[in-house]
Design a binder for this molecule. Structure first.
Ligand SMILES: Nc1ncnc2c1ncn2[C@@H]1O[C@H](COP(=O)(O)OP(=O)(O)OP(=O)(O)O)[C@@H](O)[C@H]1O
Ligand SMILES: [Mg+2]
Length: 413
């Protein structure tokens, strides 16, 4: 039989028993350290099972704090209990990052309530918003029961499309005759209610739940729970879970980040044909994840921004830190000459520097120089494991080489 490149890989021992259990989309059956949040949410939503209207709520917390997981879990349980006791409760989850206009949210809600065979879809676009809204109300009334409308990542929608949707949805009960509704907004931006009309804010925020960030011990328990479902029990060396948890806790207690670390570490060990995941695999996984995150951001930057970032990295590659705006501008202008591109004004570059700061690619700290005015102290934040020059030269071929050659011998670099 001829050789096939998959032979070796296919027969290789796998360290996972169920890789899906470590993915973000997997819904765990138990959520350690979220008992209080689960309780607060279910205490309010139990009203739906009694046929009453639960309070509207806002759930806040940093990314990866378990807001979506907890809400999905509680809604799932709610729906099941409703079926058991013969009460109609309809939880509907909408991700407002994906479905990000008022029209699309309303039509999505309306279409998920589509009774089989009898009604037609609300079109993807084209109806006036009022018509979509009244069609939604009609469908809710015709089915009846209590609706729990969960708007996940709601801050995206509000920033993009304003608060009209929230105004309308929090006013639903005034329109409904037969059905009832409540709205749960989820946000990882604590200040998102600043964007809301005060009336909407008070109607939506009848009850808030804050999800505090997980600490390292919490993350260890979460990882153990998920690993028990996903990874062979004897495949993890002592200290691995602790290291993954500690690294993720250093960021901001992001369970998603901890899970990624553990999953990728296990993949790395597997690829090396090891039967045990150890701490060195975690380090490799960490480097791999960081570089996967940064590279696409750089690749998609507009050209002028790439040149500014390249200039900063090139200055740094010669050992300089705390670079000032003027220095960046100087090198940037010379780079533009080499690249035969028109250069922008110093003011525009200052804007680009702020943008790179916002993207987390650099930090730019404003410092006052007494009477000399103000300047920025700039440092890059590209992780050490990424070879910044190769990143830049991939996005701007030829730039690094020409530039390096020309300035290698200059004393100020
Ligand atoms: N207590 C927990 N136990 C087990 N897994 C958890 C727990 N908390 C979070 N997770 C898992 O971590 C990942 C991130 O959680 P989740 O998606 O709920 O975060 P989030 O707060 O909604 O974050 P974002 O603001 O970014 O949407 C998911 O895979 C989730 O299953
Ligand atoms: Mg979420």
């Amino acid at each position: 039989m001829s050789q096939n490149i998959f032979d070796g890989i296919l027969t290789q021992k796998t360290l996972f028993v169920n890789k899906e259990a470590l993915r973000h989309t997997h819904q765990p059956v138990y959520l350690p350290h979220r008992d209080t949040e689960v309780e607060d949410l279910s205490f309010n939503l139990v009203e739906a099972l009694k046929g009453h209207i639960p309070s509207n709520m806002i759930l806040y917390g940093v990314t990866g704090a378990g807001k979506t997981a907890v809400t999905r879990y509680v809604c799932d349980q709610l729906e099941r209990k409703g079926e058991q006791i013969g009460r109609i409760v309809n939880p509907v989850l909408v991700n407002c990052r994906q479905i990000d206009t008022q029209y699309r949210v309303l039509s999505h809600l309306g279409n998920t309530l589509l009774e089989e065979h009898e009604q037609a879809d609300i079109p993807f676009t084209g109806w006036p918003t009022d018509r979509v809204f009244s069609e939604l109300v009609r469908r809710m009334d015709s089915r009846g029961g209590v609706y729990v409308i969960v708007l996940d990542e709601i801050d995206h929608l509000v920033k993009k499309a304003g608060d009209d949707l929230l105004y309308n949805l929090t006013n639903l009960n005034a329109q409904l005759k037969n059905a009832r509704a409540c709205v749960i907004g989820i946000s990882n931006d604590l200040k998102f209610t600043d964007f809301l009309d005060p009336r909407v804010r008070s109607r939506l925020g009848q009850q808030d739940i804050i999800f505090n960030p997980y600490n390292s011990e919490h993350l260890q328990d979460i990882l153990r729970e998920r690993a028990s479902e996903g990874i062979a029990s004897d495949a993890i060396a002592p200290g691995v879970i602790e290291l993954c948890a500690a690294l993720a806790a250093q960021e901001h207690g992001d369970a998603r980040c901890a899970l990624d670390l553990l999953r990728v570490s296990t993949e790395v060990a597997e690829r090396e044909n090891m039967s045990l995941v150890d701490q060195s695999h975690v380090r490799i996984a960490q480097a791999q994840i960081e570089s996967d995150q940064v590279t696409p951001v750089i690749r998609t930057l507009p050209t002028q921004q790439k040149i500014v970032l390249s200039s900063i990295l090139l200055i740094e590659s010669h050992g300089l830190r705390n670079i000032q705006t003027g220095e960046v501008y100087d090198i940037y202008k010379q780079a533009c000459v080499i690249l035969q591109t028109q250069f922008l004004t110093a003011r525009r570059i200052s804007g680009i520097i702020s943008n790179l700061d916002m993207l987390g690619l650099i930090t730019a700290k404003v410092i006052s120089r007494g009477r000399g005015g103000r300047t920025k102290e700039i440092n890059s934040c590209i992780p050490n494991n990424i070879d910044s020059k190769s990143v830049i030269s991939k996005s701007e071929p030829a730039f690094v080489e020409v530039f390096e050659h020309k300035y290698r011998h200059q004393s100020r670099l």
